[in-house]
Design a protein around this ligand. Structure first.
Ligand SMILES: Nc1ncnc2c1ncn2[C@@H]1O[C@H](COP(=O)(O)OP(=O)(O)OP(=O)(O)O)[C@@H](O)[C@H]1O
Length: 296
């Protein structure tokens, strides 16, 4: 059962994806730039999220200008760009986290499975279960490993028995690649895990409420290279099931984990497309300069 994030006027649930559109990835043979190695990507899924003319204001200051972007399902989309260009601001519009920032105002439309997430009928709490978020710094609850994962399914009334809840906890930890490391200490504190394990615990917590989209805001920036490699491997596995959007400062990471890349600069979406095209043959000079390290 997926958690419906909105109610239609007749009270029915909604949120189905258009399965008809498919985008084939085109490989370019020449890679003239000194850019990170990009691995060939398979086809991406149909559009899951459609942003239309999205602008964000913090008080008087406009941080994002008319961003329109289709984000495909079953795909990792990377948001790249120099510090302060609006990547996190745009990411937060996708699950209405900007609602929690005083003075923030969002205009334009964000459609999730063709439903307007800012409609009056949408419950932001349920939306955030369906569009989970993982932050830069791992933020497990001050509870046991088990309780961290079980909390969401409990508050959303997703289970009727302890054994069902145990099953969700186990399968979520397995999907997050953490089960083998914690199976014998489920009742110890989540905060006692290493940074990389905590980040996988947070991912398990997000997965437990059966999201369709997982947003990640620099999920590896506080991790060492080994923990980073594990999270990247996990992201690659999770994309078979979820629409994943990742903000990253690492060009190499964007190249390794994403199939789509969107480049932002000064609050505007400069260009977006297949990752290998963006990294080997960008259309815009600014993109080229950024990915080759000339600024940022
Ligand atoms: N809560 C806030 N209140 C006021 N201004 C903000 C707030 N959050 C972000 N901004 C401003 O909005 C602009 C975009 O910031 P944002 O954090 O989205 O950029 P970013 O590309 O994610 O940057 P970074 O890579 O450094 O995290 C910046 O000028 C920033 O100072």
């Amino acid at each position: 059962m997926k958690i419906p994030f909105f109610r239609s006027p007749d009270g029915k649930e909604g949120g189905s994806a258009d399965e008809t559109r498919r985008d084939e990835t085109v490989l370019t043979a020449d890679a003239p730039l000194a850019t990170p190695q990009v691995k060939p990507a398979g086809p991406v899924g149909p559009t899951k999220i459609a942003a239309r003319d999205v602008s964000v204001f913090y008080g008087e200051k406009q941080a994002l200008f008319d961003v329109s972007l289709d984000i495909p399902d079953k795909t990792v989309t990377a948001f790249i760009g120099p510090s302060g260009c609006g990547k996190s601001t745009f990411l937060r519009t996708i699950n209405r986290m900007n609602d929690t920032i005083q003075g923030a105002k969002v205009t334009g439309k964000i459609l999730l499975d063709e439903q307007d997430i800012n409609a009056k009928t949408v419950d932001p709490v349920l939306l955030r279960a369906q569009v989970g978020m993982v932050f830069q710094k791992p933020n497990p609850f001050p509870k046991t490993i088990y309780e961290n994962v079980a909390y969401g399914p409990k508050i959303h009334g997703m289970t009727t028995s302890k054994s069902e809840l145990d099953g969700i906890v186990e399968s979520s930890l397995k999907k997050a690649g953490l089960w083998d490391e914690v199976a014998d200490r489920l009742h110890s504190a989540g905060t006692g895990l290493s940074g990389g394990q905590q980040q996988r615990l947070v991912i398990a917590r997000a997965i437990a409420v059966r999201p369709e989209v997982i947003l990640m805001d620099e999920p590896c920036s506080a991790l060492d290279p080994i923990a980073t490699a594990k999270i990247e491997e996990l992201i690659d596995e999770l994309r078979e099931q979820y629409c994943i959007v990742i903000v990253t400062h690492s060009m190499a990471q964007a190249a390794r984990v994403s199939q789509r890349t969107a480049f932002f600069h000064l609050g505007r979406l400069v260009e977006h497309g297949n990752t290998e095209e963006i990294f080997t043959n960008p259309r815009e000079r600014r993109t080229l300069d950024y990915i080759t390290g000339r600024f940022g």
